[in-house]
Design a protein around this ligand. Structure first.
Ligand SMILES: CC(C)(COP(=O)(O)OP(=O)(O)OC[C@H]1O[C@@H](n2cnc3c(N)ncnc32)[C@H](O)[C@@H]1O)[C@@H](O)C(=O)NCCC(=O)NCCS
Ligand SMILES: Nc1ncnc2c1ncn2[C@@H]1O[C@H](COP(=O)(O)OP(=O)(O)OP(=O)(O)O)[C@@H](O)[C@H]1O
Length: 198
């Protein structure tokens, strides 16, 4: 039996990573979603609420973490963000290992990791795919989201490895500046190539 292959999926804010992750799931590929893991850990009854409340008093409640408030505390404050990451990242890594154990029989699995290049999460990956679109499309998508401001968007962009660098480092670039059908075709091509490869 050959070992299960692991593809890392990443991309900057608004580049279409969640949409592409959905396309991969439609093709039957198990996808571990790091963002969903964070939401679970920070949601109602989440395992990290006590630790977050101790470090950032007043940012949690019955509904879990107040993401607007915690985001305001950490985006633009590197020291605070580092404190939050020390709480969140080890817990996410544990969930990822459990997912891998649960899907060890699959020929291909995907780790959807928004901050793969920022936080150096390459270990153990066979390849990385970066989801990318022109900067103008990214900006329009992000600013259309409820609760997003130009200021918040720019703070987040400043924290992320530039798209051009991600593209240069990736094994595959998935273009989401085109139609959904064209993107779906690219995704299917990558899945086939990885499954074929020894
Ligand atoms: C501060 C929090 C609560 C804000 O939540 P909110 O729903 O407002 O934003 P969201 O999580 O959707 O992030 C918005 C954008 O910021 C980026 N971002 C989030 N955390 C970080 C970070 N630590 N470093 C750089 N960019 C980040 C995301 O990739 C995304 O592009 C949340 O981002 C968080 O807990 N971050 C720390 C944990 C982490 O590193 N998560 C990233 C996925 S593992
Ligand atoms: N060809 C395409 N491929 C992917 N998404 C597309 C495409 N064309 C338009 N879109 C739209 O762009 C948006 C991308 O949002 P999505 O939530 O997938 O981004 P994301 O990278 O996961 O964002 P974030 O990192 O901020 O969570 C969606 O509304 C999607 O419908």
């Amino acid at each position: 039996m050959t070992r299960c292959k692991i593809l890392g999926l990443t991309g900057s804010i608004g580049m279409g990573k969640s949409t592409v992750a959905g396309m991969l799931r439609d093709l039957g590929v198990p996808v571990f979603d790091a963002d969903a893991a964070v939401h679970e850990l920070q949601g109602p009854g989440g395992a990290l609420l006590d630790a977050i409340e101790r470090e950032f008093p007043g940012t949690t409640g019955a509904d879990g973490v107040d993401r607007q408030q915690l985001g305001a505390a950490v985006f633009g404050n590197p020291e605070a963000l580092a404190r939050l990451e020390r709480i969140v990242h080890p817990a996410v890594a544990g969930m990822r290992q459990a997912f891998l154990r649960d899907h060890a029989e699959a020929p291909l699995i995907v780790f959807d990791i928004p901050l793969l290049y920022e936080k150096g999460g390459h270990a153990g990956l066979d390849a990385v795919a970066v989801v990318s679109a022109p900067a103008q499309a990214q900006r329009e998508r992000v600013l259309a989201r409820p609760g997003m401001t130009v200021e918040k968007f720019e703070k987040i962009l400043a924290l992320q490895v530039p798209d051009a660098e991600k593209r240069a480092r990736a094994d595959f670039v998935i273009d989401t500046g085109t139609s959904l059908a064209e993107t779906r075709e690219q995704v299917a091509g990558i899945v086939e190539a990885l499954k074929r490869e020894e």
